[in-house]
Design a protein around this ligand. Structure first.
Ligand SMILES: [Zn+2]
Length: 169
């Protein structure tokens, strides 16, 4: 039995859903005239929540990793410019030990230092890490933002580089 939420009488026949003074009520036919607007019942199941961003993939796709042999890259570029390790350290605003560690690949430069190295030595010591394992092993599904970033990067790389990196996994 459904009672009219306005007059309290039992609703015989069709209940009316009306918005009366801002409230969603179920009313009888007589009281339906008090509200001009109708409302539709919300489904019992809550609407699906938006897909969470796959933050892990996005961050992995955007993270920078040192390029292979970055130590010798730095050393060769420094020697090409005729700089002593100490002079390079001064240019970078780093300690001599840092430069030595960089060249021995005992120290991975952060993004800021990598930018300085690039500006002074014209070499890229950091590269974007791509998560190819995910692409090759993940079951088919709707592409996420992370996938799109990775696909974009895959396109930008030469296929041979991607293949050799894949073999190395
Ligand atoms: Zn009523």
């Amino acid at each position: 039995m459904v009672r009219c939420e306005v007059c309290g009488r039992e609703i015989r026949g069709k209940p009316y859903r009306r918005i009366i003074e801002g409230a969603k009520v179920i009313v009888c036919e007589q009281c339906a005239r008090f509200g001009k607007e109708e409302w539709t019942p919300t489904p019992s199941t809550p609407p699906p929540r938006p897909r969470p961003q796959r933050r892990d993939e996005v961050e992995a796709a955007e993270s920078l990793v040192p390029v292979e042999g970055y130590g010798s890259l730095i050393r060769r570029a420094r020697e090409r410019l005729g700089l002593e390790p100490k002079e390079l350290a001064q240019l970078l605003g780093e300690k001599l030990s840092t430069v030595k560690k960089l060249e021995r690949e005992e120290f991975v430069p952060d993004r800021t230092l990598a930018q300085k190295i690039k500006r002074i030595l014209k070499v890229d010591v950091l590269t974007r890490e791509t998560v190819r394992t995910t692409i090759f092993t993940a079951p088919p599904r709707t592409p996420t933002l992370g996938d799109l970033i990775k696909l974009k990067e895959k396109k930008e790389e030469s296929s041979s580089a991607a293949l050799s990196a894949f073999k190395g996994l």
